[in-house]
Ligand binder design. Structure first.
Ligand code: NAI
Ligand code: MG
Length: 366
């Protein structure tokens, strides 16, 4: 049957970049005989405006049923003073939580045409293609006890890092499965030297590897050393798997190896559904960018590359995902730039829609 896709454009530049993704989706239906059953709904501030909640129950139910969800971005100054319980990001958090999306995939890929944008030297990053797998639903951001307490006459802020074997097991498996589709290498990062959760993490990853993934090359690294190595020689890595806190920091650092926020896609995956596909949410890393919203300045590539990830991880269309990524690469190599990708040398930037059209043209030529 036709694969189903729920599109949630959201707020700010979300709808602008999603318009360009829609062109790409339509192209696959028309030119590659790969149609999608697309429905569109509200999330974030626009959902609050209409329903008084950032994610309506009907939208949540739809998200649970479809093969994949594609989200733009949520939030904006208009909603900054709302009560925490109805803030736009609560819509996104609810999706992640109720779909139980425990594995967050953040690729850091450096297109040759943009290597000079990196904060590192061109030779260190050109051709970089790594994937950070961050555990997303447990760890120190969720562990109990947490809170600010009174103790011995002063206040103490407490968070608890907590991981169970099954939580580590499932994210490790996700990383090993990914490595099999890539160059067959996983580096697991924790701090087993100073943290109990790190000791358990290393133990479980090692066991999963020995039992089910001996064909994949596994190494371990302390997360602080990993941060150093990511900046010194990032190309030594392929898949990195790590916990929620370290993954948050390491993936943001890795992102800056590659240049603009407007280029970074992500995927969040959960357990397999009845049809064997994982529960999945795809979204650009960037937010709603209120400073440029409504001006045709947004770079649609992060969102388009998020759809490429959907092709690969939800729809088993790895070749078509590569086709789309190559089209993006060709357009950049040809000099096409949205304002965020303009160097000091200047030039005439493309609008959001012009960048989308250029990518469609490159797809036509592929
Ligand atoms: P942001 O990612 O929206 O913007 C940061 C900077 O990067 C801005 O200067 C923006 O213009 C630029 N930028 C972002 N995406 C771009 C693109 N595609 N093309 C060109 N330039 C781009 O982060 P910020 O400013 O911290 O947050 C703005 C709003 O977005 C807030 O309401 C925040 O809560 C929300 N947000 C939502 C996220 C999501 O929906 N997943 C993630 C991060 C922030
Ligand atoms: Mg972060």
């Amino acid at each position: 049957s036709t694969p189903s896709l729920l599109i949630l454009p959201g707020d700010g530049i979300g709808p602008e970049v999603m318009d360009e993704v829609t062109k790409v989706i339509d192209w696959y239906g028309a030119k590659r005989d790969l149609p999608f059953d697309v429905s569109t709904d509200l999330v974030g501030g626009c959902a609050y405006d209409k329903h008084g909640t950032p994610l309506h129950d009907d939208t949540m139910a739809k998200a649970q049923e479809v093969d994949a969800v594609l989200l733009g971005a949520v939030g904006g100054p208009k909603y900054d003073d709302l009560d925490f319980s109805v803030k736009p990001e609560r819509g996104l958090l609810r999706l992640r939580k109720e779909m139980d999306l425990f594995a967050n995939l953040r690729p850091a890929q450096c297109f040759d045409a943009l290597a000079d944008f990196s904060s590192l030297k061109r030779e260190v990053v050109a051709g970089l293609d790594i994937m950070i797998v961050r555990e997303l639903t447990s760890g120190i951001y969720f562990g109990e006890p947490r809170g600010i307490f009174e103790e011995n006459g002063e206040r103490v802020g407490i968070n608890t890092q907590r991981y169970t074997t099954s939580e580590i097991d499932r994210v490790a498996r996700a990383a090993f499965e990914l490595a099999r589709r890539r160059s067959g290498k996983v580096c697991s990062m924790e701090k087993a030297n100073v943290m109990e959760s790190g000791i358990l993490w290393r133990e479980v990853v090692t066991k999963v590897h020995a039992e089910s993934y001996a064909d994949v090359e596994l190494s371990h690294m302390y997360a602080d050393a990993g941060a150093m190595q990511l900046c010194r020689n990032p190309k030594q890595f392929d898949v990195i798997v790590t916990d929620n806190l370290f993954g948050d920091i390491l993936s943001d650092a890795a992102a800056m190896l590659t240049g603009s926020l407007g280029m970074l896609p992500s995927a969040s995956l959960g357990a397999p559904m009845a049809n064997g596909r994982p529960k999945a949410l795809y979204e650009p890393v960037h937010g709603s960018a209120p400073d440029i919203a409504g001006q045709g300045k947004a770079n649609p590539i992060a969102c388009i590359l998020s759809f490429a990830m959907a092709l690969r991880y939800s729809f088993d269309q790895g070749d078509e995902a590569t086709r789309l990524e190559s089209a993006v690469e060709a357009v950049l190599a040809g000099g096409a730039r949205t304002p965020d990708l303009m160097g000091p040398e200047g030039g005439t930037p493309l609008t959001t829609a012009q960048m989308g059209d250029a990518i469609i043209k490159a797809l036509d030529a592929s």
